[in-house]
Design a protein around this ligand. Structure first.
Ligand code: MEV
Length: 440
């Protein structure tokens, strides 16, 4: 089948877009249209709000919004909202909250909140002459953003550093203005990008007026001005610690053996990238779920976290574990998180507003702490299962409902099979077999 290209799609009304899509792409156009319509909110105002977040919106895409209560973080109790489709993530968070809640809770510390932006420059002269120019122009760069920063300054943020960097060792003619910012409770992307574009304009204008370049026909070009999502100085630490005697013994492991196996599992993720990626993926199950619920940019968080995990030259674990004097198990995470609790979706999306309210309308720093804890808790749950029962037992129990829903099991069938699988191994084929038995 050759599909038609369409011109001016964005100018069509929503109904026209749906009709076109249904005719061109759906095997059953009416059924497709019904799904797209069904997933729209009946409240027109609410639907319009969502439609306007992005272009060519046709409908909504649901993900479960769940809660993991009873998190003790620095002595304060939180119920953590999580948006995630993967079964067992919220259950694991709840379990870890309970386990560590009974053992002193989670402790956190924000190590830094610095954000970065860069103006990428190309120049056909030397670093020294660009440096001389930069010294002259730097006060004008500050002046250029004075108005832009006024509100941010009142909130305790703003530009904190400007530096010219020579990058010609890696790329001919490449220099940068590396700018450091504090952005208070905002993620700060718009603020930073506006400042950088203002810098770029000043740099170009001042270069055109500057008469002291030594290079004949000097040419300073702005290649691009953009914030960096890599924020290695916007970092939070979350930790748990308990006496080995307070750990749970398992049928096959003494408490000390459990702690040793736990530490070994984390050490494997430190040195083995194949394991580290999966280990960190589990951490991101917890982190992304709260990042999404609170309307933050999960792509930025993901990109940054994985760069940070590779900062020492090999991709490694974001969590760490050690045993102190054969007496205490300490487990912690150190992770960069550039988050906002004002601006962006935070005041627009009703569910995001609600999620922030559930968290007590935290500052960006407090949200960093909560989200780091969600990541640590999730990793604890995963490693705990992996070194004891294995991951499939819990996973498949949670997956049971998905399989039953897939086969449109009735309420009665669900009750019967949930009871049956309390004592039997869940697998896709076992569930289908039992369901078929029931149905025949
Ligand atoms: C599954 O989504 C996440 C885990 O694979 C994480 C891990 O292996 O640590 C269970």
């Amino acid at each position: 089948m050759t599909l038609q290209q369409i011109k001016g799609f964005s100018k069509l009304s929503k109904t026209e877009k749906i009709n076109w899509l249904a005719t061109e792409y759906f095997q059953n156009p009416e059924a497709g249209k019904e799904i797209l319509t069904q997933y729209q909110n009946a409240d027109e105002k609410l639907q319009k709000l969502h439609d306007e977040f992005s272009e060519n919106s046709l409908s909504n895409f649901y993900l479960p919004f769940g809660i993991a209560p009873n998190f003790n973080i620095n002595g304060k109790t939180y119920a953590i909202p999580m948006v995630i489709e993967e079964s067992s993530v919220v259950a694991a968070a709840c379990k870890a909250a309970k386990f560590w809640g009974d053992r002193g809770g989670f402790k956190t510390e924000v190590i830094g909140t610095e954000k970065i932006g860069q103006v990428h420059l190309s120049f056909n002269g030397s670093f020294t002459e660009l440096e001389d120019f930069f010294k002259v122009v730097a006060p004008k760069l500050h002046e250029a953003i004075a108005e832009l920063q006024q509100k941010m300054r009142k909130r305790g943020g703003g530009l904190t550093g400007l530096e010219l960097r020579d990058k010609t060792q890696s790329l001919d003619g490449y220099f940068q203005v590396h700018a450091r910012f504090q952005t208070a409770d905002a993620m700060g992307a718009n603020f930073i990008n506006s400042c950088l574009e203002a810098f770029a304009e000043v740099l170009l204008f001042e270069a055109s007026q500057y008469t002291h370049f030594k290079t004949p026909n000097p040419k300073l070009e702005v290649i691009m001005s953009i914030l960096s999502n890599y924020v290695p100085n916007c970092v939070v630490r979350a930790s748990v610690c308990c006496k080995i005697s307070d750990l749970k013994a398992t049928p096959n492991l003494t408490k000390l053996a459990y702690a040793q196996k736990f530490v070994q599992a984390v050490q494997i993720a430190k040195i083995e990238p194949y394991r580290a990626v999966t280990h960190n993926k589990g951490i991101m199950n917890g982190i992304d779920a709260v990042v999404l619920a609170t309307g933050n940019d999960f792509r930025a968080i993901e990109a940054c976290v994985h760069a940070y995990a590779a900062k020492d030259g090999t991709y490694s674990s974001l969590t760490h574990a050690t045993i102190h004097n054969n007496e205490e198990l300490e487990f912690w995470i150190e992770i960069p998180l550039a988050l906002g609790t004002v601006g962006g979706l935070t005041s627009l999306h009703p569910m995001v507003k609600l999620a922030l309210e559930i968290l007590g309308n935290p500052s960006a720093s407090e949200l960093m702490e909560i989200i780091a804890v969600a990541g640590l808790a999730q990793n604890f749950g995963a490693v705990d299962s992996l070194i004891t029962t294995g991951i499939q037992k819990g996973h498949m129990k949670m997956h049971l409902l998905n399989i039953l829903n897939q086969f449109e099991a009735s309420k009665k069938e669900k009750e019967t099979l949930i009871a049956y699988f309390k004592n039997h191994n869940v697998s896709h084929s076992a569930v289908v077999n039992e369901l078929n038995k029931l149905r025949s």
